[in-house]
Design a protein around this ligand. Structure first.
Ligand code: PPS
Ligand code: ADP
Length: 518
């Protein structure tokens, strides 16, 4: 059954999250063929366990849609983009539930690690319109368009979340020649702001054979399944071969644990091609196959960690290693730490000293100059940004997510956000760390003043009220505080002056390079 335009008004609608919208785009444009919709419980389980749909078709990753419970009674739901433009009708064939344990809570109090359940809807998606949001839209060709462009040529696809350096370019040129293949570069753009990645790939195109295509793919990272899924997308685009670095499978597997699928030709829809090792030959100053270089002429290339450290310190990425245009994109995406956006996130009990230290830090940074500083204090946020929220778990989480969202935006724009809420839940703090890290750096400071000292201070008389049972759900008394195990700094203020506490944070920021020493 297809849906008439007039019917749309009467159907309930849902705007999926960014990850699900990315999947929807690939379902609608055919890049996820043979899938025609979101998976049901059995398919999701067999894909997770064995990399196959229930009918045996190889498929590497679960493509699922979470829905609020009230939509599970519906037969059809309109899926819209973030602005409310209808993109598709989901014909619901099945609704199912799974249990998600809160992440980032290792070894915590089992009483507090309550499981949450989420509903999913499965079924075919009927296209209404292809999405129009997102950067580099003109490059995001559909599989049909890419296949038409490739016209049946042997094509080597490369999917990547990082830029290509001179070694990759040499290897690609060699393979393209050997296979007599066209090249298809697929920057995998996730939820973040990956425009720098796309620009970095566009910048290397002129070093590659004519006709090399760059097609950004909105593919959310799925550790352990990422490359296998990208290979399926490449196959849908008409590629015949898939570039796989020798260590790619192993690295992915290590990151994802036992969940990773093997990246062998039996598991992939197109032929994996592993380049031969290349290195920089110092004696002639060119990149070439290792087999052609005297071992003592090989100059080791910087590791990812070394590159990141160079960028942190604002050092030039050497030209022998990467093209200047790529280095410039890397620098723009990762400015030196003293210019990079930063969130300093204080967490701790009420009265532990968060606001006092946060204010002192903000003043000290403003006095030093060179940084724009925004203070998002717990009390102040609750009067404005989070006015009306309670202290239930859900409302606390929403409060912290709002703070995290604002902090991430400040960070993205190169500012310093200083946050000082209680933030009692580890999983929510971890979520904020992830949000901010997509934009810049995140430093967690646990103000670990013992409860007895906070209660002794009781500046606002709240502990006395909480003890008297007048405030239900008071953190530390009748509501949980999950101790951080990932804090960059822990400060107990019971034996410390406020000035000394601020100094500790400043020392950390100076040592880390975010703030220049005076
Ligand atoms: N039930 C309950 N539990 C904890 N705190 C309470 C509660 N009711 C009111 N207050 C006051 O609200 C401040 C904490 O707000 P936060 O936004 O930081 O809390 S949370 O992060 O959302 O948990 C906190 O301020 P700080 O003392 O600055 O931490 C308290 O003054
Ligand atoms: N080293 C210290 N750092 C921060 N606050 C301290 C310190 N020593 C004593 N205090 C006092 O503890 C109280 C902390 O209150 P506040 O900063 O509002 O905490 P919170 O924001 O965590 O609720 C203030 O009265 C502050 O003067």
């Amino acid at each position: 059954m297809t849906t008439e335009a007039g019917d749309l008004r009467d159907l309930p609608s849902l705007t999926p999250g960014p990850a699900e919208l990315a999947d929807l785009e690939l379902l609608l444009n055919g890049a996820f063929q043979p899938l025609t919709g979101f998976l049901g419980a059995v398919d999701a389980a067999t894909v997770a366990a064995a990399g196959r749909l229930a009918d045996g078709t190889p498929w590497p990753a679960a493509v699922t849609l979470a829905v609020p419970e009230d939509l599970t009674k519906e037969e059809r739901v309109v899926l819209t983009d973030p602005e409310g433009v209808p993109l598709a009708i989901l014909h619901i064939a099945e609704t199912w539930q799974d249990n998600v344990s809160p992440a980032g809570f290792p070894g915590g109090d089992p009483l507090r690690a309550s499981e949450t359940t989420s509903w999913h809807a499965a079924g075919r998606v009927e296209t209404l319109a292809l999405p129009e949001h997102g950067t580099f839209r003109r490059l995001r060709l559909t599989p049909r368009e890419v296949r038409a462009e490739l016209a049946g040529a042997t094509t080597l696809a490369l999917a990547t979340r990082g830029p290509l350096h001179r070694r990759h370019l040499g290897q690609l040129r060699q393979l393209a020649e050997k296979l007599d293949a066209r090249l298809l570069l697929m920057p995998l753009i996730g939820e973040g702001h990956d425009d720098a990645l796309v620009r970095a790939l566009l910048a290397v195109r002129r070093e590659l054979p004519a006709g090399t295509l760059v097609v950004p793919v909105p593919l959310i990272e799925r550790p352990g399944r990422d490359l296998a899924l990208a290979a399926h997308v490449a196959a849908a685009y008409g590629a015949t071969h898939f570039f796989l670095e020798p260590a790619a499978g192993a690295e992915e597997a290590a990151r994802a644990g036992a969940q990773a699928l093997p990246l062998t030709s039996g598991q992939l829809p197109i032929e994996p091609v592993t380049p031969e090792p290349w290195a920089y030959d110092e004696s002639v100053e060119v990149w070439r196959p290792v087999s052609k270089i005297e071992p003592d002429h090989i100059r080791p290339e910087p590791t990812e960690a070394e590159l990141a450290a160079m960028l942190d310190r604002g050092e030039k990425i050497p030209e022998w290693f990467t093209l200047p245009a790529v280095a410039e994109e890397l620098r723009r995406a990762n400015p030196p730490r003293h210019e990079r956006g930063l969130t300093v996130f204080f967490t701790g009990l009420s009265g532990s000293g968060k606001s006092t230290i946060a204010r002192g830090l903000a003043d000290a940074l403003v006095e030093r100059g060179g940084r724009t500083v925004t203070l998002l204090d717990g009390d102040v946020v609750r009067r404005l940004l989070s006015a009306g929220l309670t202290f239930s778990r859900d409302d606390r989480d929403l409060n912290i997510r709002r703070i995290g969202y604002v902090a991430a935006e400040i960070t993205r724009h190169g500012g310093v956000a200083i946050c000082a809420p209680i933030a009692p839940y580890a999983a929510t703090r971890a979520e904020v760390r992830r949000m901010v890290n997509a934009a810049g750096d995140f430093v967690l400071v646990h103000v670990a003043t013992p409860l007895e000292e906070c209660e002794r201070r009781d500046r606002k008389g709240l502990y006395a009220k909480a003890r008297a049972g007048l405030i239900p759900e008071f953190t530390g008394i009748s509501d949980p505080y999950e101790l951080p195990d990932d804090a960059e700094l822990t400060i107990d203020t019971s034996q410390l002056t406020p000035e000394a506490a601020v100094e500790r944070v400043l020392d950390l920021l100076v040592a880390g390079g975010w703030v220049r020493s005076e």
